[in-house]
Design a protein around this ligand. Structure first.
Ligand code: AMP
Ligand code: ZN
Length: 114
């Protein structure tokens, strides 16, 4: 989508600190980290939010979780644990309209978030 900031990051128009990339997903550092490790995992294809996931396009979700497993090991947060967050829509606190999964780690993350 032409005016989508994460589509622009996915196609290189806007720079990002890349952590991992393959043909379907990109992982990059969040610009405003909430933890020592805070990356965003996005599909390269524009999917607005989890509201748009259907049986037909849901393969991307399992792929994203396999990628999260891999990068968590590489970022050395697997053993102590980490948090995966997806914000959906207004009440979910979604501010960028391109589905993304936050992966946070490297410190003890209190719950519920304050
Ligand atoms: P959300 O509130 O779940 O939609 O999360 C959007 C996230 O995108 C926030 O954590 C922002 O800090 C992050 N963000 C926004 N613009 C950029 C950017 N250009 N590069 C990296 N992260 C960004
Ligand atoms: Zn997009």
């Amino acid at each position: 989508m032409s005016d989508c900031i994460f589509c622009k990051i996915a196609n290189g128009e806007i720079p990002s600190q890349k952590v991992y990339e393959d043909d379907r997903v990109l992982v990059f550092n969040d610009i405003n980290p909430e933890a020592p490790v805070h990356v965003l995992v996005i599909p390269k294809e524009h999917i607005s939010s989890a509201n748009e996931i259907t049986q037909e396009n849901s393969d991307i979700i399992s792929h994203i979780f396999v990628v999260i497993n891999k990068i968590a090991r590489e970022l050395k947060i697997s053993e102590d644990g980490f948090r995966i967050v997806n914000n959906t829509g207004k009440n979910g606190g979604q501010t960028v309209g391109h589905m993304h999964f936050h992966v946070l780690g490297g410190r003890n993350l209190a719950w519920p978030p304050g």
